[in-house]
Ligand binder design. Sequence first.
Ligand SMILES: Cc1cc2nc3c(=O)[nH]c(=O)nc-3n(C[C@H](O)[C@H](O)[C@H](O)COP(=O)(O)O)c2cc1C
Length: 130
Amino acid sequence: MNTAVRYYSRSGNTKAVAEAIAKAAGTAAVVVNSADAPINGPVDVLFIGGALYAYGIDSHLKDYLKTLSKNDVKKAVVFSTSWLSKHAIDLIRKGLEAQGIPVADETFYVKNMPNESQLKDAAAFAKKFL
Ligand SMILES: Cc1cc2nc3c(=O)[nH]c(=O)nc-3n(C[C@H](O)[C@H](O)[C@H](O)COP(=O)(O)O)c2cc1C
């Protein structure tokens, strides 16, 4: 199975979740504004995450979602961190659905910086989709 992990993180909280998911999936966690971010070729599961900033998602992530194609991404799985609100999940889902990409109902969320136990939960969550 082909998997990929993409994320955007300003202060490292979402990055920590992305890395736990990537490790479980045996792939790399790639930040959306890096040279490696474009999805080349079909991916069965794309794990994609971001945080909420002033009730929105970062423009790097917003722009990245628009580059994704349903021809390359069979299914997306969303994860997020924030201080309180899970709204980033809705925004990421909306961006993916606008591209015609099916999104798993189940999502993964952590309040701020994940602790060791939450990182284990992230890995277990990822394994459900592998
Ligand atoms: C400028 C800024 C705005 C934020 N706005 C919100 C917000 O509207 N709602 C919320 O629940 N958390 C908000 N947060 C908290 C972040 O979503 C939270 O710290 C998140 O885990 C940061 O993820 P990151 O470390 O991956 O960047 C905000 C943080 C910053 C720095």
